[in-house]
Unconditional design. Structure first.
Lengths: 169, 75
């Protein structure tokens, strides 16, 4: 038993996650897996590109939309309510869905994204912001949390080639 | 029996695991962490966590809706 623990420490498993989505629902999978892997002694690198950069902003304002998502049915009064696209298009409906989801998250004891991101920082998850996307969308590193580095495709590749698991989300 | 207790009742995945990992870091090798949780998924998760990290799952039991885990810090 002791030997296997020593082996694990000497030869830690590695994982990378490419995070491309910036909505509230899509923020969960990468942060849940990233923080859990880190808790299980995996060396984790998260690469944020395109809309994924939203997840690195100091002040998060993540939204969820029922538009184009027929599988999104919110529990409501013992039933599940899904929303036709035409309703989802009405101004305020996405904002309402976001409030509903945030309430559910709190009620069910699910971590907030802020909480998971903080856990990622504390467990030394390496977080890389894509330089090209920063330029493309005219985003400023100053608006992002401090604990990130800037890199590009080759930075991710180097890490990915040494990793046991590489995920694209 | 336990050196420290973590009350993770009401927390959902992956919070019990993240909080347990943090609590284990504060213990010395051989010390015992007691975790109380209500997430039914935590049973499979704590087993997998211990198998992977080498920490020992000394005991797990259910009392009503509450799952109780005793984790021994190995490294």
């Amino acid at each position: 038993m002791t030997t296997s623990v020593e082996e694990t420490i000497g030869n830690a498993k590695k994982m990378t996650i490419i995070c491309t989505k910036g909505s509230l629902d899509w923020a969960y999978p990468p942060f849940i897996l990233g923080t859990t892997a880190a808790a299980m002694d995996v060396d984790v690198t998260m690469f944020f590109t395109f809309y994924g950069l939203e997840l690195l902003k100091e002040k998060l304002n993540l939204q969820v939309t029922p538009l184009g998502n027929p599988a999104m049915a919110m529990p409501m009064g013992g039933m599940h309510m899904s929303m036709p696209n035409i309703v989802g298009m009405i101004p305020g409906v996405s904002a309402g869905a976001t409030v509903m989801m945030k309430n559910l998250i709190k009620k069910k004891g699910v971590a907030s994204i802020e909480e998971l991101r903080e856990a990622a920082v504390l467990s030394d998850v390496r977080m890389i912001a894509c330089q090209m996307t920063l330029d493309l969308f005219e985003l400023d590193k100053k608006d992002m949390i401090d604990d990130i580095e800037i890199g590009g495709a080759a930075t991710w590749m180097e890490s990915a080639l040494q990793s046991d698991i590489n995920l694209f989300m | 029996m336990a050196d420290e207790t973590l009350d993770a009742k009401g927390m959902n995945c992956p919070l019990p695991i993240l909080k347990a990992k943090k609590a284990l870091k504060g213990l010395s090798d051989g010390q015992i962490l007691e975790v109380l949780a209500t997430d039914p998924g935590s049973v499979a998760d704590f087993q997998a966590f211990c198998r992977t990290t080498g920490n020992e799952l000394v005991e797990h039991s259910i009392d009503g809706d509450v799952y109780r885990f005793l984790l021994k810090r190995v490294a």
